[in-house]
Design a protein around this ligand. Sequence first.
Ligand code: G6P
Ligand code: MN
Length: 468
Amino acid sequence: MKRYSVVICGGGSTYTPDMIELLCLLQDSFPLRKVKLYDIDAERQEIVGKFGEVMFRDYYEGLEFSYTTDPAEAFEDIDFALVQIRAGGMGLRNADEKIPYKYGRIGQETCGPGGLAYGIRSVPAMIQLVKDIRRYSPDAWIINYANPAAIVAEATKRAFPGDTRLVNICDMPPDVLNHYLPFIGKKRSDIWPVYFGLNHFGWFTRLLDRKTGEDVLPELMDYILGHYDEIHAQFKARITGPTDHWPITFLDHLEMIRDFPYSLPNTYNLYYLYPDRTYGHYSIDHTRYDEVVEGREHEVFGLCRKVAELGHMIGTEYDLTDKIAQKRASIRDLGVETVYAANDVHAAYLVELVISIINNAHEPTLVMTENKGICPNLDPGMMLEVTCLAGAQELMPLQVGEVPAFEKGLLENQYACEKLLVDAIFEHSDMKLLQAFTENRLVRDADVAKKIIADFKAANGSEWPEFH
Ligand code: G6P
Ligand code: MN
């Protein structure tokens, strides 16, 4: 059986411990000979790297593990590059989220003005990374989670035309399914999803039962509406504090379904459809950034340090022996069981895609791909997030058809914004930069856009390119 070599870019990400743990659990389905971590932040990466050394030594016979900040070392002899970098680090995430608050706008690190600022850093960083990987491993699959994925996808489409092994993905749609399918006794592996949209702005329009072919979305909608108060109370009970981000998001998401009860939306649609409400959940002193630093960063790095200190996992509370031994019917539902659980579905979704690729299994997977008629009444160049069949040579998109007026209007507006931003980056055009920020539904006003851009420029310093 072939054994693969993997590099994780963004080795110091809080998602990396989960990811490498899952690689350990799935050694039968995705056999590895090498795992490398790559990051430009040596300090963060070392925390995760030391954990990885212990874990792989304990559980993965014959696997070579290393971590490095050197691209040559990282990218030579690679079959898969799994990317989860954050250009500008958490420090600039803070600026992305907080600056717009000064002007009464939510930053939002992916789809609001914060996401546009993040895109300005992320696009050149991703392009450089892909070039570096391609220099040493021209045939490797590059699977990217780095945000803002819609903007990154638009940019990589232009910078690397025809590179069919460069794929942008997102864990939000499968996470939405994980939240709702259990209500009708289903799980993700039972379903063939039909979805369309831009990244962080889309809708499931059909959920086909893989056995019967029946669309179970109407049944799910009936269930949600019929048990609305009960589900609402259940979602509400999960909220532990005034800014407990994901439980609050899913409560709002449920309310969005009640308002538009014919499709299952992405949670990020909330920012576009209810900008005032989402703005109101945070304040300039406390945004999602603060929660992540106080919560996930603290916990995940704390656990990594503990394991490194112990020097082994076998026989400790972190022991993976039973989990590795357990035979699982379907890898599609594995994510929820990782020890670190930085985000239940994040690692699982990516590894599922990889396993479908190596087995040429053509599992239906949501990825970003150029429209080219998938939705014939949308711009053919739009990077749509749609269901694709993941095979060994390529990802084959499934036809969606014409999209309705409401969704079409929203998507065209946001695509214009994202396209203009990528134009601005490639052409160094300050006019297009202003247009992109003005076009964004969470900004909507050129006076505000000008102020936000000026503040972002100051906060980003040398990370902000010249626009003229
Ligand atoms: C979801 C999105 C990701 C995003 C993450 C942010 O998983 O799909 O694109 O990075 O949420 O989560 P956080 O917990 O960092 O706010
Ligand atoms: Mn995402």
